[in-house]
Design a protein around this ligand. Structure first.
Ligand SMILES: Cc1ncc(COP(=O)(O)O)c(C=O)c1O
Length: 442
């Protein structure tokens, strides 16, 4: 059984979290893994650990392993019910259909599919993405679409193309953890704007825009990771209005938009901001994350730089994956498949909310997302979610403590729960364990 507890050293821009597993401290957000056991400790006449560390680029000293990826290791205990990961439900992966698509690609154009290809991506897939935008009323040219290795690579490419050391990036507070990690690689400074029920606080955004030279404003307006919050249409307009007169680029990351199971679809910020908005999209939640397929969509001068950045990174995204995804999308009714996912996720979300309502103590607040995969819990002021994590792990249930999602510190009494990856039985049992853990804290 794991013995697990957290200590915090809250340095301003890099919270360090120590986790104790079986009595051994691992620094989750620190420079873990450099224990010199790989023959680089100087004992064999090679370069020593301190020496090699002194050779690392400055950017590596400010970026740490993903907290979530580390937490997932702790939750590998089969008894643990984990609401920590951000995984789609594999039950809905279209395995047979993707296998059929792959078979077709191999039999009809196997040699081409296994060859190198262009950086921009497979033209019919780019066309298809442009058509999917057109169906939502958004005019996008296929030439404006760059296929990436997951939308995560889009973040990396934007960082490469835009950010010098010390450049400012505006982020929602809280924000997507791996965006912090990605932009921190380029030694960006973060300016956080609080996220409210209907989107970022427009007056705080105005103040930050006026008092910074931020190059990028990174946001997830649909079913945000980690909170599940979506911007209302009105708030989107207010944000666009606030952006007026500033040369900051709006980066709209939208991996969850198609997972809306309630409420009205809202407009992409591109509708209000035109070429000032760069869009990131992903097939991870539409087909599967294992394909590693996403895209960036922006005006031609931006795309030109992103293509150069991508050439230097990986030449192009797996052509085989692109061909299979295209074939799958061409041969199947994806909207019907998405209907199924949405209705199942809604049931899972409803059950999680019901469990909170019925079994969490008064004073606990939570979001009721209209889509996506996460909901966000705020504990009473005096309760630390890191302490709760410690207790929850002993009770065999896991979540992500919220402070991991704060670029500038904070969120000590918050936590993220994933509802997409657990069936109903596990949600009932796991939420019961979590409620008990909270009670034990009071
Ligand atoms: C907000 C957000 N952006 C980007 C990504 C990366 O997705 P992809 O699988 O397309 O790289 C994720 C993944 O969970 C996410 O939550």
């Amino acid at each position: 059984m794991y013995f697990c507890s957290f200590l915090r050293d809250v340095s301003e821009d890099c919270p360090i979290i120590l986790i104790y597993l079986g009595g051994t401290a691992f620094e989750l957000l620190g420079d873990e893994g450099m224990d010199g056991r790989d023959g680089m400790d100087g004992t064999n006449g090679m370069i020593g650990t301190d020496e090699i560390i002194s050779l690392f680029a400055d950017r590596m000293l400010r970026v740490h392993r993903s907290f979530i990826r580390e937490i997932l290791k702790v939750t590998e205990n089969p008894r643990t019910i984990s609401f920590a990961g951000g995984l789609p439900n594999p039950k809905f992966f279209p395995v047979r259909e993707v296998a059929e698509a792959a078979q077709k690609v191999f039999s009809e154009s196997g040699q081409a599919a296994l060859q190198y290809s262009t950086t921009e991506g497979y033209p019919p897939l780019r066309e298809m993405i442009a058509e999917r935008y057109a169906k939502k009323g958004l005019k996008v040219d296929a030439d404006e679409v760059l296929i990436t290795t997951g939308s995560q690579q889009g973040l990396d490419l934007l960082g490469k193309a835009f950010l010098n050391r010390g450049d400012q990036v505006i982020v929602e507070e809280p924000t997507y953890l791996a965006a912090i990690q990605s932009f921190r690689m380029f030694e960006a400074e973060f300016r956080s704007v609080p996220l409210q029920e209907e989107g970022v606080d427009p007056s705080a955004l105005k103040a930050v825009l006026s008092d910074s030279q931020a190059k990028l404003f990174y946001a997830v307006p649909n079913f945000q990771n980690p909170t599940g919050v979506s911007y209302s249409e009105e708030r989107r307009k207010e944000v666009a209005e606030a952006m007026r007169g500033h040369s900051t680029v709006f980066v709209e990351d939208d991996p969850y938009g198609e997972l809306r199971f309630m409420g009205e679809e809202a407009s992409s910020m591109r509708r209000y901001l035109g070429g000032k908005a760069v869009l990131l999209g992903s097939f991870s939640k539409v087909i599967s994350p294992g394909l590693r397929l996403g895209w960036v969509c922006g005006r031609s001068d931006v795309m030109e730089k992103l293509v150069i950045a991508k050439q230097a990174s990986d030449l192009h995204t797996s052509f085989l994956s692109q061909r299979i995804a295209y074939q799958y999308l061409a041969d199947n009714d994806v909207s019907q498949h998405m209907e199924l996912i949405r209705s199942e996720y809604k049931k899972q979300r409803d059950l999680m909310v019901k469990m909170i309502e019925e079994s969490f103590p008064a004073g606990v607040e939570y979001t009721r997302p209209e889509g996506g995969m996460f909901l966000w819990v705020t504990l009473p002021e005096n309760m630390s979610s890191l302490d709760l994590f410690d207790r929850a792990i002993k009770n065999d249930v896991a979540f992500v403590p919220g402070q991991a999602f704060y670029a500038n510190g904070g969120g000590y009494n918050t936590l993220r729960l994933n509802f997409s990856n657990s069936d109903e039985e596990r949600i009932v049992e796991g939420m019961g364990r979590l409620a008990r853990s909270i009670e034990e804290m009071t």
